[in-house]
Design a protein. Structure first.
Length: 178
């Protein structure tokens, strides 16, 4: 497993640089999902009792779901959880890609326990593998105080888009074929 420790200030600097190029950062979906980027100190404190034998996260987001995100059974809807984990993966990928355009080529999720509204949850992501054309990033959602018991886990293959297209020899070719 590849280590890629990302300081939240590095992410904020990357956002400022990309915002100067016209990107909407932080991503509007962070507000939609009620997410906030934790500082290194906040992340270490929040994760202290919530992790056991997990990879060291590179990025930690706080997730504060409310009843508007719930399914009829009163728990947070699975699509919201998928969106939150995809957001954590995307924010980490954007920081590591340093301006290279990318998209999620594959996202796999597993749900292990219900996510309750009205409680703070943490979504954390880490780099698994980085290549020239793609990156694999994983993420988990936990509830602080429940060590070693993830609520959900995602794994994504992030595809870099700057390797395909006009001038790059990729006209008419699917990125997965490269």
């Amino acid at each position: 497993m590849e280590k890629a420790k990302i300081d939240p200030e590095r992410i904020r600097k990357t956002w400022r640089r990309l915002a100067d190029r016209g990107f909407r950062l932080p991503p509007p979906t962070m507000g939609f999902f009620r997410l906030s980027l934790l500082s290194a100190e906040e992340a270490a404190s929040a994760l202290a009792d919530g992790m056991a034998a997990h990879p060291q996260p590179s990025l930690v987001l706080a997730f504060d779901p409310d009843e508007r995100m719930c399914n009829p059974g009163g728990i947070v809807q699975g699509g919201v959880i998928a969106g939150v984990l995809d957001e954590a993966i995307g924010v980490l990928t954007a920081a590591l890609a340093e301006g290279r355009p990318f998209t999620t080529g594959h996202l796999a999720l597993d749900y292990f326990a219900p996510v309750q509204p009205g409680r703070r949850h943490l979504a954390y992501a880490w780099l698994v593998r980085r290549g020239r054309r793609r990156m694999v990033v994983d993420a988990e959602m936990i509830e602080p105080g429940r060590p070693g018991r993830p609520l959900a886990r995602a794994s994504a293959q992030q595809l870099f888009l700057d390797l395909v297209g006009p001038g790059n020899g990729g006209e008419g070719q699917d990125i997965a074929e490269r």
